[in-house]
Design a protein around this ligand. Sequence first.
Ligand SMILES: NC(=O)c1ccc[n+]([C@@H]2O[C@H](COP(=O)([O-])OP(=O)(O)OC[C@H]3O[C@@H](n4cnc5c(N)ncnc54)[C@H](O)[C@@H]3O)[C@@H](O)[C@H]2O)c1
Length: 313
Amino acid sequence: MALLEGRVAIVTGAGRGIGREEALLLARHGAKVVVNDLGGSHDGSGGASQSPAEEVVAAIKAAGGDAIANADNVADYKAAQRMIQAAIDRWGALHVIVNNAGILRDRMLFNMSEEDFDSVIAVHLKGTFNLCRHAAAYWREEHKKGNVLNGRLINTSSDSGLLCNVGQGNYGAAKAGIAAMTIIADKELSRYGVTANAIAPSAITRLTVDAMGRGSVEDTPQAMIDRAGPAHVAPLVVWLASEKAGNVHGEVFRVGNGRVNLFQGWQAARQVGDFQHGVWDPEELGAAMEKEFFASPVAKQTMEGLMKEMARA
Ligand SMILES: NC(=O)c1ccc[n+]([C@@H]2O[C@H](COP(=O)([O-])OP(=O)(O)OC[C@H]3O[C@@H](n4cnc5c(N)ncnc54)[C@H](O)[C@@H]3O)[C@@H](O)[C@H]2O)c1
């Protein structure tokens, strides 16, 4: 039996890039898929177009699968609810949400407009909340009726948020927020048979083809996509979507270029004082911190280090 036989999935932003590959591979493994994409430009501007989603639906059907297109904006709370209802109306149930839709409006904070900030937060953070919110209510209700659907939330974070990339104060904040929301969602929903996990993909797509740098002067955008594109991301999403991944809870995975990392979040690395310590004098506190925290810094992975590693690959 196919890994996702009988499973119904929604993939947002599935008309292009990583979401497209995720939708195609989910369908290839037996899932029925709502292919959502509003078809805008990479910065969220431009008119909505159903055609990227319809093209992916056509490809799924041509390969013998089943899918429907949806051109709603994930940032619209009520539209997200309709999207979920459309899947249930069509196939009788919903098992998997892949929150992937995204835009970029990179600016240094001192140049970032209110609209640059709001639009990126709306698509990524609010959009992820919208789908999670309505799916969570549905799975909880079904569970109360004794119908355990083994729901799967798979949200899309980013190194930009987890390692904090310069020029992406809007996007990084949204992506770090998505990682935190995913872990909270998992804690809230595991009792209903649901798992929530996040991926931090790296893949050459239209969002990243300029930022990633070419391996050589002969490198074309298409050659880069073929070598390090979304095909490397989709297998993890298929596995997380399956009932076999029922023990994977509240994790964040970096995935792309042939490798997967297990991410670990904020941790208390070092400590001065303890619960018995009185109120610190500010200068004494500063001196203690200089000695214990910063004299021999804790080794950290940085965004700059990651970019160098990827340039070498
Ligand atoms: N490519 C990477 O290396 C990389 C790295 C980290 C994170 N990500 C994240 O992965 C996801 C996919 O990125 P990609 O590189 O495939 O980008 P992409 O631009 O190729 O695809 C994103 C898709 O989302 C759609 N979309 C945008 N706003 C939408 C909205 N409001 N409602 C519905 N659809 C909408 C777009 O039309 C587009 O087809 C994004 O969340 C992105 O932030 C990508």
